[in-house]
Design a protein around this ligand. Structure first.
Ligand code: GDD
Ligand code: MG
Length: 366
């Protein structure tokens, strides 16, 4: 009986290496980078669990041991966790096919699939319910964005049936809607077995268009709740501050929401100012008179006295010197920004690099 699902399973696709995040770290897979102190994958597991998921399959193709070390068998996170590791990356559809033997769901059951680099506030249980009510084969969570070009475009008809799936439209003519694939699907379990096995498959470019051609019932679940793809370093900064301020909901946030969240073991001087959803990791220090606004300080980062850090991410053990001014900057693990440097929007400092005193400035010298 569907009404008494013994297990609701979710698959997290966490295979991508995330090259666009390399300025931050070269050793941590993207979904394991802490957002507000907790890996993206943990935020996703916590939300899935809240929606009734009891069993999670991590579809990995890159550094599975990093996930296994942290998540173990999942019991610490309230779910049963299983690892399905591809020998070579099989693409999004290939990764979904690859987890099939690990699933316990029955042929007619719903299986949730999440892209692993997302923070969402969407109604996961509501999406599963709608999938059932519509007797759909696949339901796609859709959201609206200002610029859809970096995503999969998904126009729907008045009844919510998906008309087309256009991954990363190349021309303005292809931008037929601002409604995009928000990276959470409900698949009928049996459908997963129809994805070709043994070769890379893109769910976006191959599986969804094929399903539409074959007349499968593919429906859109439009939800305008919080949504963010963490694919770029500055999206990471945004995600972190949205979690800290509570705009992005997560049961895994390690503390109360507010203007800032400071982890145990961090040291913040009483006259330093933390605001705008700033996160201060364990063992990080913020010196006297420093201002940290909407930024994320990874464990052991050090902000010296009088420094100004806005909308930036400061990697593990990185040092920001006295009076330095950073706005919209990514500083890699253990990099050192000497006193008086001025770095602005988009600047990326690679892990381990050291910038001498006032090495980079943008405004005229005073
Ligand atoms: N296991 C595994 N193996 N996972 C993979 C593989 C693979 O070979 N390739 C990609 N993934 C995972 C990534 O780690 C990520 O979590 C997810 O699949 C999506 O891949 P991305 O590389 O992040 O794709 P994208 O952001 O360009 O586009 C996707 O997400 C958009 C929403 O954020 C597409 O699904 C778009 O249609 C969608 O709009
Ligand atoms: Mg992505």
């Amino acid at each position: 009986m569907w009404d008494s699902d013994p297990v609701l399973e979710a698959v997290l696709l966490v295979g991508g290496q995330g090259t666009r995040l390399r300025p931050l770290t070269v050793t941590t897979p993207k979904p394991m980078l802490p957002v507000a102190g907790v890996p993206c994958t943990e935020h996703q597991i916590a939300r899935a669990r809240e929606a009734g998921v009891t069993r999670v399959i991590l579809g990995t193709s890159y550094k599975p041991e990093v996930f296994a070390e942290y998540f173990g068998d999942g019991s610490r996170f309230g779910v049963e966790l299983v690892y399905a590791t591809e020998d070579v990356p099989m693409g999004t559809g290939g990764a979904i096919r690859h987890v099939a033997p690990y699933l316990k769901s029955r042929p007619g059951d719903p299986v949730l699939i999440f892209n692993g680099d997302l923070l969402t506030g969407h109604d996961i249980a509501g999406q599963v319910k709608r999938w059932r009510d519509d007797s759909a084969d696949v339901s796609l969570y859709l959201t609206r964005v200002d610029d859809p070009r970096a995503y999969g475009l998904v126009p729907t008809d008045a009844n919510g049936r998906v008309l087309q799936f256009l991954e990363k439209p190349a021309t303005p003519e292809e931008c037929v809607t601002d409604q995009i694939n928000a990276g959470c699907y409900v698949f009928r379990r049996s459908l997963i077995d129809t994805i070709p096995v043994g070769r890379p498959v893109s769910v976006e470019r191959e599986t969804f268009p094929d399903l539409l051609r074959s007349g499968a019932v593919v429906t859109g679940f439009v939800d305008d709740g919080y949504w963010l793809d963490l694919g770029t370093p500055l999206a990471f900064v945004q995600g972190s501050k949205d979690l800290v301020t509570g705009r992005a909901p997560s049961p895994a946030l390690p503390g109360p929401t507010g203007e800032y969240l400071v982890r145990p073991g961090a040291e913040v001087e009483p006259d330093a100012i933390l605001r705008g959803g700033t996160f201060v990791g364990a063992g990080a220090t913020v010196g006297s008179g420093a201002i940290v606004d909407g930024s994320s300080l990874f464990d052991g980062a050090m902000i010296a006295a009088g420094a100004f850090v806005k909308d930036s991410v400061i990697g593990r053990g990185a040092i920001i010197g006295t009076g330095a001014h950073l706005d919209g900057v990514v500083v890699g693990d253990r990099a050192m920004i000497g006193p008086g440097n001025e770095l602005v929007r988009g600047a990326r400092v690679w892990p381990g690099v050291a910038l001498g005193e006032t090495a980079v400035r943008f405004s005229s010298d005073r």
